[in-house]
Every structure is written in C-alpha cells, then in structure tokens.
Design a binder for this molecule. Structure first.
Ligand code: GLC
Ligand code: CA
Length: 527
C-alpha cells in the first residue's frame, strides 16, 4: 500500500544523546550497547530512524562535540564492533541510523591539531586558523574566539570552546579528510548524517571584523552581525560535493544544523544538489499558541517552496525540552497538543529521547553544572544540562538507566514519570505518541500529503488538512483551555468523517456542522 515510503521524508527521526539513554556497564554513562538493548523499545514506539549525538573518541570537553578521532568509538561508549552491531540490529528492525558529524572543529587533542600547533612549519599548520593578531570574532560559549598558543606564539580561532579549534576548510587536504569521514561511515552502513553547525565551516579569508549589532544581548557573540564568520558562499559548492558523494549510496540523507539562521537561510542550503534538509529551529522559540505556530509553519513552507521538504523540532540537546516549556506542572495535556502538531504536519518530525514520556528538564545547583557555557554565563544562563538528564525507564533506583550514579541527576519525578508506567496507562503521553506514529504509518496522507489550513488560527485552534490522492485527513488541535466550536466542511459526496484519534474519546464527527473541540483536545479525522 505504501511502496513509495522514503524513510527520511515520511518517517520519524528520534534523537538519542548516548550519554543519557541507557548504561550497559554500570559506569553511570550511557553507551552504544545500552542503545542496542533498547531497540525493541524504539521499534515498539514506532520511530523510523535514530540520530546519535557524537560517540567518537573525545576528551568530552563539550560532551563529545569535541572529536579527537572521526573514525572510531570512544571507549566510554563502546567499540566499533558495538557500533556495527547497533547498526545491524537497528536495520533488522527497519530502523535507520543517522550519525552526527562535527566537522567545523576538532578537539584540541586531535592528532591534527597537536601537529598543527607544534611548529609554524609543520605540514598541518594550515589545517587550522592561525593568526598573529585576533580580530573581534567571538566564541559562542564566551570570550574571544581567539586563543593564544605559546608554543608558536600565535592565535588560533575557535567558534566554540578553546578545546574545539576550527579547522581550515579552505585547505584541500582538510577537505579531502573530512569527505572521507562521510565515506567511512556510509561504508559501515550508516544511513544519514546530521552536520553540526555546517554553515560556519568557512570563514572569510581576510578575517575582517564583524560589524557591531545594537542591543543588550547576554553573549558578546550576539552583539555582532556575523557577516564574516558564518554563511560564507563557499559552503554551497561544498554541499554539492557532499551530496554527490552521498548519492553514490542508496537512500542516504544529510540534515544540517544551520547555526542562527532564518528559515530562508536554512532553505537556501537544501535542494536536489545540496542537503536533503536543514533544521529550522523556529518551534523551539515559539509560545504555546496556535497563531504563533501557524506563523512559523507558513514561513517555513514559504521559504522552502515546492522543492524543499520541511522538518520540525520541538526539543533537542541544546534547548529546554518541549514539556518544560509548554506543560503546566506534571499535566501532559499541552504536551499532547504540541506533539500532536509535530507528528501530523507536513515535514519530517524529530523527537528527542524522553519527549515521548514528557520528560522535564532537571534543575541544577551551581556546583552541579557540567555544561561549559552554563559555567561561564551562570546565573544568567545555566547551560544545557537540564535537557540531558538520564532517560526514565522505570521506578527502580536511577530510573533503570544505570545501576550506578549517573553523570547527571535523574529527574525527581521519575518514580511516576517513566516508560514502564506509561506503557501500562492507556491515557499516557507514551501511548498517545505510539498511536500517532501508528496512524502516520497507516495513512500516507499524514506523511507526504499536502498541508492546508482550514481556519484562521486566531481563536486558539489549529485546523488543517493533509491530502494525498483520495486520502484526506483533518487535524484539530485546541491550544486553549476553553471548548472551541469549529466548522470544517467535508468535500461534496464524502462521508461525515471517521474519528481516528481523539485525546478526549470523541468518536463521532459530522464535518459539515459545527463541532465542539474540548480544551487541549487533539482530534484526527479521516474525512
Ligand atoms: C552544535 C551542537 C552543540 C555543540 C556545538 C559545538 O550547536 O548542537 O551541542 O555544543 O554545536 O559543536
Ligand atoms: Ca556505560
């Protein structure tokens, strides 16, 4: 029935932060065998692909986003054999595997950097960005982007931590090495790549100062216009080269993390000879409001036009979780509305581990903070540890994540909020997400159907239809705590509509007369 299924377009991608998903060897840190052990759970949930945040050898200065060897696995997470097994077991269950490539910078412990810093005439000197004098470019994580290095008496540039020196993508050897990283993992059977901050790979060759931007932003980084350190034109031909490489393998995928980008900018990096997708983080910063989300959706659809394929994200490892932002206390009604939207829009949904059980961020005291920017900006910004706490599997000590004290505290709500409890509760968020994923699988209109809004979003309700050939689905999402009355017409000759899902047990629908939608109800109708 659904032979045209294309996993990265029609499927749902689930992000795993390996440190925090499942610990198989009792050191308090999640690992690859831990993930393999949970593949049945993920298959049961109904996702189509997993994206693994970095598991490569790393000093862990930025918890793996500082890579010291692109072609191996950190002993903390397992071995290459564990990785191969994870891929094989995932594939056996029809789950694709996306890995995270952090190619803008390496760790300062990467052998390339150790060589590069060792002398001015080292053959790898030009592999990084060395200058006699700093310009005004800033580090995202605080302070100047330039670090003085005593050995050779020069500065190197780091957009993130000083432990993450940026490589020189203009150097042809660097370019070759990096492209080879794609090949290495594609050959191992990896299905896709998430490109960490890809739009900062290139810097202006003359290193001009960035102009100042007015305003009172916390980070000096945000008080500049990033004309010369982000979004340089050289990125476009590089993406074409990367795409040509990926297209040598069947159904490979690349999604870029577009750093501080408008939807238009993100869209400009996508296309048949560029990336399959680039993240649009619009939803991460939206209020819980129908009108607000509608605005974000329309902007994104418009920016991508006919040829691009949207994607939507409500949570990731860098931002407070959707439930933290939208829920009231422990109640999940609003989270259901948000996830109901995420999973029925036109575009690839990304779920973040634990989002399916409504995990909330943990709150940490100052001495517990692990994330470097959290330490730097405290108390104005507390970092990203909050959304990285251990997965809550059951109510045993440490939530079934590990039998030792985890690297970050488990959320105190774990005794009530965990996978085991929610699997047994027909009204849980988990069961709701599972049901939605099953609906997506059964109805291709929910995957690649067109999207049309049926009502102006003003009165707090989102109503849209998804249509593919003869299949028409109507989605109603009430973002308010009031009953809303809506009229949605059904096409001439069609039946009154069959309710496939309602968070409030509504069973009958009569599309042609006004319908009452309950507070925070999610209703999906086959029209
Ligand atoms: C991206 C990652 C973030 C990391 C940064 C530097 O923004 O999502 O976690 O710290 O890049 O690699
Ligand atoms: Ca472990």
């Amino acid at each position: 029935m659904n032979n045209d299924f294309l996993w990265w377009r029609d499927g749902v991608i689930y992000q795993i932060y390996p440190r925090s998903f499942a610990d198989s060897n009792g050191d308090g840190i999640g690992d690859l065998p831990g993930i393999t052990g949970k593949l049945d759970y993920l298959a049961q949930l109904g996702i189509d692909a997993i994206w693994l945040s970095p598991f490569y050898p790393s000093p862990q200065a930025d918890f793996g986003y500082d890579v010291s060897d692109y072609k191996n696995v950190d002993p903390l997470f397992g071995t290459l054999a564990d990785f191969d097994q994870l891929v094989a077991e995932a594939h056996r269950r029809g789950i694709r595997v996306v890995v995270d490539l952090v190619l803008n910078h390496t760790s300062n412990q990467h052998p390339w950097f150790l060589e590069s810093r060792s002398s001015r005439d080292n053959p790898k000197r030009d592999w990084y960005l060395w200058r006699e004098k700093p310009n005004n470019w800033q580090s995202v994580f605080g302070g100047s982007g330039w670090e003085w290095d005593q050995t050779t008496g020069a500065y190197y540039f780091h957009m993130f931590l000083k432990e993450q020196p940026d490589v020189n993508w203009r150097n042809p050897q660097v370019r070759r090495e990096m492209l080879d990283v794609f090949r290495f993992w594609a050959e191992r059977g990896v299905d896709g790549f998430r490109l960490d901050v890809f739009n900062v790979y290139f810097k202006h060759p003359d290193f001009p100062n960035n102009p100042r931007k007015a305003g009172l932003a916390l980070r000096a980084f945000d008080r500049q216009w990033h004309l010369y350190d982000i979004d340089q034109p050289e990125m476009h031909p590089l993406l074409t080269e990367i795409r040509a490489l990926l297209d040598q393998y069947p159904q490979r995928y690349a999604v870029g993390e577009t750093f501080i980008a408008t939807p238009e900018k993100a869209a400009s990096y996508c296309g048949p000879d560029k990336l399959h997708a680039a993240f649009n983080f619009d939803f991460l910063f939206r209020k819980f409001s129908a009108a607000d989300f509608a605005e974000g959706i329309l902007k994104w659809e418009q920016a991508l036009g006919e040829s691009g394929w949207p994607n939507y994200v409500l949570s990731n490892h860098d931002q407070p979780r959707s439930a933290t932002r939208y829920a009231k206390g422990e109640d999940d009604a609003r989270v259901k509305v948000a996830l109901g939207m995420l999973l029925t829009l036109r575009g690839t949904p990304f779920l973040y581990y634990g989002e399916e059980i409504g995990m909330r961020d943990i709150t940490l005291k100052r001495h517990e903070i692990q994330d470097p920017p959290g330490k730097y900006y405290w108390p104005f910004y507390k970092g990203r540890d909050g959304c990285r706490s251990p997965m809550q599997w059951d109510d045993s000590p440490y939530a079934g994540f590990s039998n030792a004290k985890p690297w970050l505290p488990v959320h105190p709500n774990y005794t009530q909020r965990n996978v085991a409890v929610q699997q047994n509760d027909p009204h849980s968020l988990f069961r709701f997400v599972q049901q939605l994923l099953a609906l997506r699988k059964a109805y291709p209109a929910l995957q690649r159907g067109t999207l049309r809004f049926l009502l102006p979003p003003k009165p707090g309700i989102l109503a849209y239809e998804r249509t593919l050939n003869e299949q028409r689905m109507v989605v109603l999402l009430n973002f308010t705590e009031q009953v809303k009355t809506v009229g949605v017409s059904s096409p001439v000759g069609s039946s009154a509509g069959q309710v496939l899902l309602s968070t409030h047990g509504v069973q009958e629908s009569a599309l042609n007369r006004p319908m009452q939608v309950h507070p925070y109800e999610v209703r999906i109708i086959l029209a």
